[in-house]
Design a protein around this ligand. Structure first.
Ligand code: SF4
Ligand code: SF4
Length: 353
């Protein structure tokens, strides 16, 4: 795929439903730094419905595809009307899938069956299963029993209903992992979910230095900066992948962190998907990068990948294969347990959530 093709329309689109979270994860920038705003300076709010409606309209008209409802920093189920938003999205004929991340702490309030029959197609649960101490240390809230029960209940109900939603468990847990794989909890959850749908994050971001190593699960490391040569004058893949709007309708150039330097115009100002995708400010960010002028937030970002990776055939498949191989070759103690859990990679949509 050429650069011209990448500029025609985004691969996918997404809206941040809410920028409020009920957790306080030690590995996440949410609520940390000066006045709790170092990673997100914005006012806390729910999504501006007119902006969401407008994005859905032009996205569907422009061909649609998949749509993500995940906040960049926030918890989707903290929005009381979450499931009605999912239903609204699925009414657009060209929007084929709706996905989200959740920490699963509040999903019991929405009802498990209602979630699974809302039209949601995929849900990734970011969590720490294993024990109470680990959960409280990493997620900053004393809700392990509630979360564990929510997870078991939703995956059980999903199985009963013949899997209407592709549920993934994205674990943030201490090493060594075999403690978890030998636990009763693991034996219980794999009755309802395939080990292939369970992943463990080993690729950690420091949120521009806001997070220290002590905030990571035990034995984990930051992923560090890669592609330093390419970074000088090759724009990041994230600027060409997804049309992302924030809670107030602002288009942001990427969906990895909240980055005011990457803000463009408001979605409501654009009549078509093509116009929104080629937003003047974002286009300037992309073009300036080719001549070596990249935004400060991008110079130290561990999510950077050259956009040319997107144009390589089967980029994602190849990377997934690499991770799978890495896992099976190196994580001997896990392989012995005959599961197929994978290690999350740099190419996952969201770093934490
Ligand atoms: S990682 Fe997600 S659940 Fe945890 S504090 Fe950040 S936004 Fe909230
Ligand atoms: S380098 Fe980081 S902040 Fe910049 S566009 Fe890429 S993912 Fe976003």
């Amino acid at each position: 795929m050429s650069l011209d093709n990448l500029k025609k329309r985004p691969n996918t689109a997404g809206a941040e439903v809410i920028n409020i979270c009920n957790a306080d994860c030690s590995f996440c920038g949410y609520g940390k730094g000066k006045d709790g705003k170092a990673a997100d300076p914005r006012v806390k709010q729910k999504i501006d419905i007119e902006s969401l409606d407008h994005l859905l309209k032009i996205y569907s008209k422009g061909g649609g595809g998949s749509f993500s409802l995940s906040p960049i920093l926030g918890e989707v189920s903290a929005h009381p009307d979450w499931l009605n938003l999912v239903k609204k999205i699925r009414k657009f004929k060209n929007i084929k899938t709706t996905t989200c991340y959740t920490n699963a702490t509040l999903i019991h309030r929405h009802g498990f069956k209602k979630i699974l029959t809302s039209g949601l197609t995929s849900m990734t649960i970011s969590t720490a299963l294993g024990n109470k101490e680990q959960y409280k240390r990493l997620y900053g809230i004393d809700m392990y029993d509630q979360v564990k029960s929510n997870i078991i209940n939703i995956i059980k109900k999903n199985k009963e209903l013949s899997y209407p939603v592709n549920i993934n468990l994205a674990l943030r847990i201490d090493k060594p992992y075999n403690k978890f794989f030998k636990s009763k909890t693991y034996k219980n959850i794999i009755k309802y979910i395939s080990p292939k749908n369970i992943s463990i994050l080993e690729s950690w971001d420091d949120f521009r230095g806001i997070i220290k190593k002590s905030g990571l699960p035990k034995g984990q490391k930051f992923k560090g900066l890669k592609y330093m040569n390419e970074r000088k004058n090759t724009p990041c893949y994230a600027l060409y992948r997804k049309l992302q709007i924030l809670v107030d309708g602002t288009i942001q150039g990427c969906s990895c962190r909240v980055e005011p330097e990457l803000w463009g115009g408001n979605i409501k100002n654009y009549k078509t998907l093509h116009e929104a995708w080629n937003d003047k400010q974002i286009e300037e960010i992309r073009n300036n990068w080719f001549s070596g002028k990249l935004k400060k937030c991008c110079t130290q970002c561990s999510h950077y990948e050259p956009y040319t990776n997107l144009t390589k055939k089967n980029f994602i498949n190849k990377n997934l294969k690499k991770i799978y191989d890495k896992f099976f070759n190196k994580k001997v103690q896990i392989r012995r347990l005959k599961n197929k859990t994978r290690i999350e990679s740099d190419i996952d949509e969201s770093p934490l959530f």
